[in-house]
Design a protein around this ligand. Structure first.
Ligand code: PLP
Length: 396
């Protein structure tokens, strides 16, 4: 017998979502998530992955992953603190610290899991966290899990941050206070004002935490937004993922040795969830090696993103104020945005629509993620489709 309450809950809510047009039918990619993908047997230019550097399908990463399976097997066998810490994990963590310019680093199973782990590992119910209002869901959940008081500040508004930091300090209510921000905001592609944040943090002795999921591999010659601003000695926790530009899976925090020692004994997903597989870890280490050896892939990605942005702008589209490869094409009204994305699909371009409540009402956009793996021909083809649909919708 199954629960009547549960069945009723599921039926009602699924129906409600479908009625409101908010139910998401998830697409299945047939094969690899490269610059061109196949869905329902149809080939599409892929402008939706976070695979910034094309490393998800890189031959050099595939090779070390296969070697790691041969030498270490398919699973790590245990959580990190029992005996799931393999030599491969230690090698990866040393490499991350070197790349980020910190004393040490700790790796986790995902970026999401890392934010759960690290925020609640450091903060507790006697503390407060100042959080940018546009921070990623995993930051919000990590903050909630810590049970610290969450104080939202207006997006990238340093006056608001300073006022709220001052108020929190002067209240005398909190033991520790943290300021937490995305390094690059994923919906608009704008970069956090880290120099401003660090200045305020120094003034009020705040703990600084930067989630660089979209900055790592992209800014600072690949090392991220913190290094981009030369602030690696001023940011306490540099968090990042190994699943976007790095192309594989996992998350990490880079920081000083004491911090990492503490997280290794206190962050719960590290203690209670099995370590990442040998193949994934080996591939991540190889990816960072490649980024440290050369900026060829980053250069290609920036070149491609400039090409796509210039092309869309020249056609007359509003592409917002992105400072990174993330290229929103702002359409406006929610339904129109969804129809626009659907027409792109029909014409062979895969670019997802993002609408309220993910972004403010009336600013629906199609988000494009050009990567190092795209060719000029693919981008030209995508631009031609954009021109056709833009005219069809009377947007350009
Ligand atoms: C994608 C993302 C994460 C989650 O990383 P995963 O490795 O995919 O779990 C965390 N923070 C931000 C800002 C992200 O964009």
């Amino acid at each position: 017998m199954t629960s009547k309450k549960l069945n009723q809950f599921l039926n009602e809510n699924l129906e409600d979502l479908k009625e409101k047009g908010l139910y998401n039918d998830i697409d299945t990619v047939e094969g690899a998530n490269g610059p061109v993908i196949k869905l329902d047997g149809k080939e599409l230019i892929n402008l939706s992955s976070n695979n910034y550097l094309g490393l998800a399908t890189d031959e050099r990463l595939k090779e070390v992953a296969v070697e790691a399976v041969q030498s270490h097997g398919v699973g790590a066998g245990a959580v990190r603190t029992i005996n799931g810490t393999l030599d491969l994990h230690i090698e990866l963590e040393k490499k991350i610290a070197e790349f980020k310019g910190t004393e040490a680093a700790i790796s986790y199973q995902s970026g999401f899991n890392c934010n759960m782990a690290a925020i609640s590992g450091v903060m507790d119910k006697n503390d407060a966290i100042l959080s940018d209002e546009l921070n990623h869901a995993s930051i919000i959940d990590g903050c909630r899990l810590s049970r610290a008081k969450i104080i939202r500040f207006n997006h990238s508004d340093m006056n608001d941050l300073r006022a709220k930091a001052k108020e929190a300090v002067e209240s005398g209510q909190y033991n520790k206070i943290m300021v937490i921000t995305d390094g690059v905001f994923s919906m608009d592609g704008d970069v956090a004002d880290l120099p401003g944040i660090v200045e305020i943090a120094e003034e009020f002795d705040l703990i600084t935490y930067v989630d660089d999921a979209h900055g790592s591999g992209v800014l600072g010659k690949g090392a991220g937004t913190v290094k981009h601003f030369g602030l690696q000695d001023k940011v306490d926790l540099q968090m990042g993922t190994l699943s976007k530009a790095i192309g594989v899976i996992g998350g990490y925090v880079a920081g000083n040795q004491n911090l990492i020692d503490w997280l290794k004994v206190r962050s719960r997903p590290f203690l209670f969830s099995t370590a990442v597989t040998p193949a994934d870890v080996a591939a991540c280490t190889k990816a960072i090696d490649l980024l440290m050896e050369s900026t060829d892939l980053q250069n290609k990605m920036w070149e491609n993103s400039k090409y796509l942005k210039d092309g869309l702008k020249k056609l007359g589209f509003d592409i917002g104020n992105s400072e990174t490869p993330i290229t929103p094409c702002i359409i406006g009204e929610e339904k129109t945005t969804q129809q626009f994305s659907k027409r792109l699909y029909e014409e062979g371009v895969y670019a997802k629509s993002i609408v309220f409540p993910t972004v403010p009402r009336g600013t629906g956009r199609v988000r494009n993620m050009p990567t190092a793996a795209h060719t000029k021909e693919m981008l030209d083809q995508a631009l031609a489709v954009y021109e056709k649909i833009g005219k069809e919708f009377n947007i350009i």
